[in-house]
Design a protein around this ligand. Structure first.
Ligand SMILES: [Cu+2]
Length: 535
C-alpha cells in the first residue's frame, strides 16, 4: 500500500486522493458523481405538504413456536417474513409506487422483543424474478452470471451467530428462504433489519427492504420513559420519483457500468410517506429515529427552534440526556429522542433537514396528563480502557478514481472484498481500530456483531502517511460529542481525520463484515470480511 503511492509527488498524491480543491470542484460537476437523469422526475416541491398522516409500521406477530437451537427443549417464537413486491402511496397526490417490502410493508413491520428472549425468523424471498432497478454487472458480486434478484437479511446491531448474521454472499433467490436465529443477549436498543446482498444492497434497500427491530429490557422499563402510543419509530430516507410516481435510481452516463458513487433523492420519506403529519398531545414523546437513506446524512431540527433531548445512540441509552437544537445523523445510525411538546398546545411544528421539510407535528390544545419521566441519569456506559486493547489496527478509507477523477470504487485498507481476511480479532479481546479517511466524504463505518465506543477524532497528514507509513497528527484529539458517547455500531469517519473506536469482540466466533454504510460505497468494494477467532 505504501509502495503504490511512494513514487508520487505531493501534487499527484493530492489529486489521486481527491484532496486537491480543483479535484473536488471537478467531482461536484462530474455526472459520474450524481448520475444522469434518464427520465423526467416528479416535482416534489409542487406537492401539497402535510396531507398524509404518519404511518406506523405494524408490530409483527409470531407465526408460532419452534425448538430453540440453543436449548432444543425450549420453544421460542418463530416468525415467517416474506419479501414481496407491493404498491403503496407515498403521498396523497402521487400514483401508487412499486416497492419491495417485508410482510407487505415498506418499511417492514417492527419486531418487538426483549433482551434474552431468543427468536427465529424464516426470511422468505418471494420477490419477482427480475429486478426493477439498474444492476451494474461490472460491480463485484453482481456479475451477469448471478441471479438478478437475490436477498439476504442482516439484523443491524445484533449480537448474532455468524450463520444468522446475513453474510453478503449467503443470499438466496425467489422461492427460497433462510432460517435465522437471534439470541438477543444484549441491552435494550432499536436495531434494524435490511437487505445485504453482495453488489446490489443499494438497490434492494432503495426498493424498500428494511424495517425496525426493538429490544427492550427491565432496566429501561424502570426509567418510565414515554411509551405505548407516546413512543414513535421514525425511519427517515430520501428517494427520487419519476412523474408516474415510480422510484427513480440515477445511473452513470455509461450504460455498461451504471453504478454511481452517491445517490441523493429530493423526496424525503418518513415511514413511507412524503411530508407526513403526526398529531401529538402537549406532553413528552419518545422518537426512535433511524436514518435509512442510501447516502444522505440528515441534519434535523424543529422549526420553532425548540430543544429536544437525545437519550440513546445506536445500541442503547446514553449515560444522561443530551440537550440538542439539531441532530446530525448518518446512514444506519439511530438516535433515541425525547421531544417535550408541553407548552406548545395548538402549534404546528415542522421537522426540517436544513432547507428540506421532513414532517409536521400538530400539537393538540389539551391531552391526558403526562406521567412519563425524563430521568437526569439514564444508564451507565462504562468506558472500555485503552489499556485493555491487545491490537491497534490502522485502517484506511480510500477511493480509486479513473483518469478523469471519476470515482471508480471505494476501498477499505486498499483491499478488495475478495482478498484474504486481514482483521481477525480474538473472541472476547479488546481492539482499537483507527480509520484514516483519505477521501473528501464522511463515511459511516459499521462493524457487524459488536458494539463499540468512539475514542476520538484527530486531523492527520495523509501524504506523510503514504510516504513514511506512519500517522502524523496535525491537530488535537477531539473526543466524541456527548450524544455520541454511548454504545455505537456505526461511526461517522470524517475526511482528513483519524477516527478511533474501541470494541470488545464478544459474542460468537466466525466470519462477519465491516463496511461503509453509504450503500453505493458498500456495494462497490467498501466492505471487508473479518474473522472473530475462537479460543
Ligand atoms: Cu463510504
Amino acid at each position: 500500500m505504501t509502495d503504490r503511492f511512494a513514487h508520487l509527488t505531493r501534487r499527484e498524491f493530492l489529486q489521486k486522493s481527491g484532496m486537491l480543491v480543483a479535484g473536488m470542484a471537478a467531482a461536484q460537476i462530474n455526472p459520474h458523481r450524481t448520475g444522469i437523469i434518464a427520465r423526467p422526475l416528479l416535482d416534489v416541491n409542487a406537492l401539497e405538504r402535510f396531507v398524509d398522516p404518519l404511518p406506523l409500521p405494524p408490530v409483527l406477530k409470531p407465526s408460532g413456536t419452534r425448538p430453540s437451537p440453543d436449548a432444543p427443549f425450549a420453544q421460542i417464537p418463530y416468525y415467517r417474513v416474506e419479501m414481496r413486491a407491493l404498491e403503496s402511496k407515498v403521498h396523497r397526490d402521487v400514483e401508487p409506487t412499486r416497492q419491495w417490502g417485508f410482510a407487505g410493508n415498506s418499511p417492514g413491520p417492527t419486531f418487538e422483543t426483549r433482551s434474552g428472549q431468543p427468536l427465529l425468523v424464516e426470511w422468505a424471498n418471494e420477490l419477482p424474478a427480475a429486478h426493477f432497478l439498474p444492476i451494474d454487472h461490472s460491480v463485484h458480486g453482481a456479475e451477469a452470471d448471478k441471479p438478478s434478484v437475490r436477498a439476504v437479511t442482516h439484523l443491524h446491531g445484533a449480537k448474532a451467530p455468524a450463520k444468522s448474521d446475513g453474510y453478503p454472499e449467503d443470499w438466496w433467490v425467489p422461492g427460497k428462504s433462510a432460517l435465522y436465529f437471534y439470541p438477543n443477549h444484549q441491552d435494550a436498543a432499536m436495531l434494524w433489519y435490511h437487505d445485504h446482498a453482495l453488489g446490489i444492497t443499494r438497490l434492494n434497500m432503495y426498493a424498500g427492504l428494511f424495517g425496525a427491530f426493538v429490544i427492550r429490557d427491565e432496566y429501561e422499563d424502570g426509567l418510565n420513559l414515554p411509551h405505548g402510543k407516546y413512543e414513535i419509530p421514525l425511519a427517515i430516507y430520501d428517494r427520487s420519483f419519476d412523474r408516474e410516481g415510480q422510484l427513480y435510481y440515477p445511473v452513470s452516463p455509461e450504460a455498461e457500468s451504471p453504478w454511481v458513487p452517491e445517490v441523493f433523492g429530493d423526496a424525503i420519506l418518513v415511514n413511507g410517506k412524503m411530508f407526513p403529519y403526526l398529531e401529538v398531545e402537549p406532553r413528552k414523546y419518545r422518537f426512535r429515529v433511524l436514518n435509512a437513506a442510501n447516502g444522505r446524512f440528515f441534519h434535523l431540527a424543529l422549526s420553532n427552534g425548540q430543544e429536544f433531548h437525545q437519550i440513546g445512540t445506536d445500541l442503547g441509552l446514553l449515560p444522561a440526556p443530551v440537550s440538542l437544537k439539531s441532530l446530525l445523523i448518518a446512514p444506519a445510525e439511530r438516535a433515541d429522542l425525547v421531544i417535550d411538546f408541553s407548552g406548545h398546545g395548538g402549534e404546528h411544528i415542522v421537522v426540517t433537514n436544513d432547507a428540506f421539510t421532513v414532517m409536521q407535528f400538530r400539537v393538540s390544545k389539551t391531552g391526558s396528563p403526562d406521567t412519563s419521566s425524563l430521568p437526569s441519569s439514564l444508564r451507565s456506559v462504562p468506558r472500555i480502557p485503552e489499556s485493555a486493547a491487545v491490537q491497534n489496527r490502522i485502517l484506511t478509507l480510500g477511493e480509486k478514481d479513473d483518469k478523469a477523477a471519476n470515482p471508480m470504487m471505494m476501498l477499505l485498507n486498499n483491499a478488495h472484498w475478495g482478498m484474504p481476511v486481514t482483521e481477525n480479532p480474538k473472541l472476547d479481546s479488546v481492539e482499537i481500530w483507527n480509520f484514516l479517511n483519505f477521501t473528501d466524504d464522511s463515511h459511516p463505518i459499521h462493524l457487524h456483531l459488536v458494539r463499540f465506543q468512539i475514542l476520538d477524532r484527530r486531523g492527520f497528514e495523509p501524504f506523510y502517511y503514504y510516504t513514511q507509513g506512519k500517522v502524523k497528527y496535525i491537530g488535537p484529539a477531539v473526543p466524541p460529542a456527548a450524544n455520541e458517547a454511548g454504545w455505537k455500531d456505526t461511526v461517522q469517519a470524517h475526511p482528513g481525520m483519524v477516527t478511533r473506536i474501541i470494541a470488545r469482540f464478544e459474542g460468537y466466533p466466525g466470519r462477519y463484515v465491516w463496511h461503509c454504510h453509504i450503500l453505493e460505497h458498500e456495494d462497490n468494494e467498501m466492505m471487508r470480511p473479518y474473522d472473530v477467532v475462537g479460543a
